[in-house]
Design a protein. Structure first.
Length: 264
């Protein structure tokens, strides 16, 4: 729930997302009206192939919306130049990093690119932001290691640290728990929860870890075949939203426990 100290960081107005080809227009989801607030951890959830990545790409200006508006800090996203957007929004993707020969410090420092001069020299302020990001993600001890030496869980923390070093109001992560075991899935989402609270940044992530998202997120964006709805998990549970995520022949949602279970 929004408090007096929170601010709207991202807002959509009658947004429709999808694809346009020469012959037709394919709508993935429409009538999307959501608001993301400062200091919140927001999970984007839904069944496989429902369009989560399409929505994330649209919200981050990687692809154009079919219609509607996206406002970031009350500015239309289309009015923001590349460098302005890079100082407002940071993106953590699932694609492998370009060079694992970089040290952890070097990779995290890349988050300062929107602020450095054309040579890329780091100022004292830049270095302080990098050190702060390393501390917040508990990876200071790894700063001199090469990225190829890291486990998947460690590398994911490095990518989160790079986004923190970028120092944007909004951090967007696409499937940050992919390839992680159960412990590190929970650890990563718990870390994101703490970072949102401690830094007052807005952190939005897509995930298949729906049970974890229900437990840890301040708010959820739920995509079904018929609608996109958002709100606090408890509110969505009461509205029976999760009952419509999957076919009922195998998976059912238990409102009492707030989790999914397999039918016996």
């Amino acid at each position: 729930m929004k408090t007096d100290k929170q601010h709207t960081i991202l807002k959509t107005q009658d947004l429709s997302v999808g694809y346009v080809s020469k012959k037709s227009k394919h709508i993935v989801a429409s009538n999307i009206n959501i608001e993301l607030y400062s200091g919140e951890l927001i999970g984007l959830i839904g069944a496989n192939g429902i369009g989560k990545s399409t929505l994330l790409r649209t919200l981050t200006k990687v692809q154009k919306p079919l219609s509607g508006h996206i406002l970031i800090k009350q500015k239309d996203i289309n009015s923001l130049q590349t460098y302005d957007l890079a100082q407002t929004l940071s993106l953590v993707l699932t694609e492998p990093i370009a060079s694992k020969n970089l040290s952890v410090f070097e990779l995290v420092a890349l988050g300062r690119q929107p602020y450095t001069n054309w040579i890329g020299n780091l100022t004292e302020a830049d270095l302080n932001q990098v050190e702060k990001a390393l501390q917040l993600t508990n990876i200071t001890s790894l700063k001199h290691k090469k990225c190829f030496e890291l486990s998947d869980g460690q590398l994911q923390k490095v990518m989160i640290a790079r986004a923190l070093a970028q120092d944007t109001a909004l951090i967007v992560l696409d499937e940050p728990t992919t390839h992680l075991d159960m412990y590190h899935k929970a650890y990563t989402l718990k870390l994101l929860q703490k970072l949102a609270k401690d830094t007052q940044k807005t952190i939005l992530f897509s995930s298949h870890e729906i049970d974890l998202a229900i437990q840890l997120c301040d708010s959820l964006i739920v995509m079904t075949n018929h609608q996109v709805v958002s709100g606090p998990p408890c509110q969505l549970i009461e509205a029976n939203i999760f009952q419509h995520l999957f076919p009922k022949d195998l998976i059912v949602f238990d409102k009492k426990t707030g989790s999914f279970r397999v039918k016996k």
